[in-house]
Design a protein around this ligand. Structure first.
Ligand code: NDP
Ligand code: GUE
Length: 365
């Protein structure tokens, strides 16, 4: 996690989710002078999962024309609710598979070292597995363990038929060769989608990866489920890491967006970002993207998870995104909050990849 910092943005009003009636009708929102398309969550026909929508059941159309509100005008893309819905869909599928075949999907997580944030993520993944009926296997190794010991655990899980997905929690301790370790995960169990063969296939036209990395997949799934068109749009991805930025850009391109990547050496990033219809930010800098950088009506997916000091919070800090939420919510047409945006989707996609893996291995559709 990035170190804690104060930011101007964090000192203004606290970000709040819009009430659902604002998503639905928009009559309760005050109106500005220009129109925009308002996006409603929907069970995407392109979704990898069957249609099952509880919180959307009352919403009949994909798009509703509406006016932009003067304050807190953007639609809040509610990743927490969408992730919950997806987990429910996955649980139904897992039960169906178990009843038909007796097979229960299994996910193995390898955690090396004692980083608090990593331990929290791993705990949350285990809870999520339990809730949907995935067996979870966990290996905790001390920070000073050898690379060989990590490789041994991977080999064991590669050979274990009750394990359908293997995740090595990142970051690894500095003395370890991340490339060597990630390469050891069998490609058919690479539910993180970090194996170079999966990433290579993602990058190539006409090739299909066995798994798509969870966080970028979660970003695209949110766009689909909110009926936000990607094809033909100008998209900017901020950040080019192997686990988020780069695969997010590849996925957007596969969805027929025209994609630009902004990174730490980009000149005049604001000018490039201002052109974008869709922005995915994965930087790790609290509140970096300001309202003035955004084209009115743009859609913003904020991947950043940044702790900022907050004496009023029980933990002494709270999490904010890369985007100055209070500012962009007034300019964008839709935005993901932090927390409650992309984070829960990452875990939902991990469960989904694990289920797909088990189905593929056992030829179950
Ligand atoms: N919600 C979720 O599920 C997840 C959230 N995260 C969060 O997303 C954020 C990014 O994670 P990750 O991709 O692993 O981070 P990395 O540190 O690996 O990558 C950050 C990227 O941002 C770029 N960058 C850094 N500073 C700037 C800047 N000022 N302007 C433009 N680009 C910049 C870097 O550029 P360069 O390449 O030039 O160095 C790099 O490409 C973090 O906050 C992390 O906690 C991560 C994974 C999952
Ligand atoms: N091999 C590997 N795969 C990963 O997918 C991976 C990883 N390593 N290392 C670390 C990052 C980070 N990551 C997150 C997952 C969920 C939330 C999440 O659920 N966040 C909640 C908030 C949680 C809280 O309050 O602490 C939210 O945004 O609402 C965040 C971050 C996965 N990562």
């Amino acid at each position: 996690m990035a170190s804690m910092i104060f930011s101007d943005c964090s000192s203004s009003t606290t970000a709040r989710l819009l009430p659902l009636r604002c998503h639905k009708l928009h009559r309760s929102c005050s109106v500005l002078s220009f129109s925009l398309r308002v996006f409603l969550p929907l069970t995407s026909s392109r979704s990898f999962l069957p249609s099952l929508s509880s919180f959307q059941a009352h919403v009949s159309s994909t798009f509703v024309s509406a006016k932009m509100a003067t304050e807190s005008s953007a639609i809040v893309i509610d990743g927490k609710s969408v992730a919950k819905q997806i987990r429910e869909e996955i649980a139904v599928e897992i039960a169906r598979m178990r009843e038909a075949t007796g097979i229960v999907p299994g996910l193995a997580v390898i955690l090396v070292g004692d980083r608090k944030d990593s331990a929290t993520y791993v705990r949350n993944k285990k809870k999520a597995c339990d809730a949907v009926g995935i067996n979870s296997f966990e290996v905790n190794l001390p920070g000073d363990t050898t690379e060989q010991e990590v490789l041994n655990s991977i080999t064991r899980f590669n050979e274990d038929p009750s394990v359908h997905g293997i995740l090595v929690q990142l970051p690894l301790p500095k003395h370890m060769n991340e490339e060597k370790i990630l390469n050891a995960v069998g490609i058919e169990k690479d539910v993180d989608g970090f194996h170079p063969l999966n990433i290579g296939r993602l990058a190539m036209r006409g090739r299909e990866p066995l798994f798509v990395p969870c966080t970028p997949k979660g970003c695209i799934e949110l766009l689909h489920r909110y009926g936000i068109q990607i094809k033909g749009k100008k998209a900017v991805v901020i950040g080019r890491s192997n686990i988020v930025g780069m695969p997010a850009a590849l996925l957007l391109q596969r969805e027929d967006a025209t994609v630009t990547i902004v990174h730490s050496r980009t000149n005049n990033p604001e000018d490039i970002i201002k052109e974008a219809d869709i922005i995915i930010s994965a930087v790790g800098q609290a509140n970096m993207v300001r309202g003035s950088w955004i084209k009115p009506g743009a859609v913003i997916i904020d991947v950043g998870i940044n702790p900022v000091e907050d004496p009023e919070s029980p933990r002494g800090y709270r999490l904010v995104g890369d985007v100055c939420y209070e500012e962009v919510v007034k300019v964008a047409s839709a935005v993901t909050p932090v927390p409650g945006g992309v984070g829960p989707m990452t875990i939902a996609m991990l469960l989904s990849n694990t289920l797909s893996s088990a189905k593929r291995m056992h030829n179950f559709n």
